[in-house]
Ligand binder design. Structure first.
Ligand code: NAP
Length: 269
């Protein structure tokens, strides 16, 4: 089986990646292949897995991911840095087992009339304005829903719901749901301006279109990536037809992860 190792540049991750390469090189059934892998092992944190996902986005539905964390337990990282041997043994006995999660599809149309861009996010996409208030019309299923004024909007996947979305007051959604969530970032609500004021969640049959008032200061993010050099006419979000696959050699319950990450030891108090 062909394996790629994708690590961040911290010292611990480099050591884990070297140990992993050494064990893979010794194996009779595994080989390192950075260009055409079947399994991508990310070594670092959730941020590293996000980078690995975008690095290998051409192979999205052909690869399965495995995350080793070299810091704290993450949402995309199931293995600890001291479990490299057990992971290699699981890879050697791989029988294609996987679990998949929904992704966010993003269609960006530009005011210059050029070709639209299509992107896919694992965590979320945000639309914001660098300076001043972002003004935008929000459409659900092509029907005008609201006129938004505020810092911006965060559109996230279920696995991304514990990231930026949570910081802006969005709900945590189990990745068993095929859904996309829209959360507001500091909306202006007074007698003149009004938004719904709470996160909304849409199913696979619906889409959200955001039409920002044209400004050179509007920015769009897709996970850790930034799109900001062209004026945006509209962005349409829906649940992608594609999904991300993880090699499932062990299973950490989603709500246990949430509890470990955000509640920790205070659960016993
Ligand atoms: P970063 O600013 O270096 O790290 C952002 C933090 O978010 C890290 O602690 C990361 O965990 C954590 N994280 C990433 N995905 C997560 C998930 N699905 N659930 C829970 N926590 C998660 O940025 P980065 O490493 O390049 O990652 C980009 C992500 O940062 C974006 O997709 C966005 O979700 C998040 N972000 C959050 C805020 C905010 O909360 N105000 C603002 C900007 C961006 P690790 O330490 O394990 O890598």
């Amino acid at each position: 089986m062909r394996i790629a190792i994708y690590g961040n540049d911290n010292k611990m991750s480099s050591q884990v990646a070297s140990k992993l390469s050494e064990l893979i090189n010794k194996s009779n059934v595994l080989e390192l292949d950075e260009l055409n892998p079947e399994v991508v092992i990310s070594v670092g944190g959730d941020g590293t897995l996000l980078s690995a996902f975008h690095h290998y986005d051409d192979l999205m539905e052909k690869v399965r991911y495995v995350g080793i964390h070299t810091g704290h337990l993450g949402f995309y990282t199931d293995w600890r840095d001291n479990e490299v041997k057990q992971l290699v043994a699981s890879l050697e006995h791989d029988n294609g087992q996987s679990v998949s999660y929904p992704l966010l599809s993003i269609e960006i149309k530009y005011s210059d009339g050029g070709r639209p861009d299509y992107m896919v996010a694992l965590n979320e996409s945000t639309v914001k304005k660098l300076f001043g208030t972002m003004v935008a019309k929000v459409y659900i299923k092509d029907q005008l829903f609201e006129s938004f004024r505020g810092d911006g909007l965060c559109i996230s996947t279920p696995t991304g719901s514990t990231a930026y979305n949570k910081s802006v007051g969005g709900a945590i959604i189990s990745p068993e749901f095929n859904a996309v969530q829209v959360a507001e970032m500091a909306s202006i609500n007074n007698r003149v301006f009004r938004t719904i004021g709470s996160p909304i969640i849409i199913p696979p049959t619906e889409s959200i279109t955001i039409v920002p008032k044209v400004s050179l200061h509007n920015v769009l993010t897709c996970d850790q990536l930034l799109v900001m050099d062209r004026p945006i006419e509209s962005i349409t979000y829906r649940i992608s037809k594609r999904r991300i696959y993880f090699a499932k050699y062990r299973h950490t319950n989603f709500w246990k992860r949430v509890s470990n990450s955000f509640i920790g030891s205070s659960i016993n108090d």
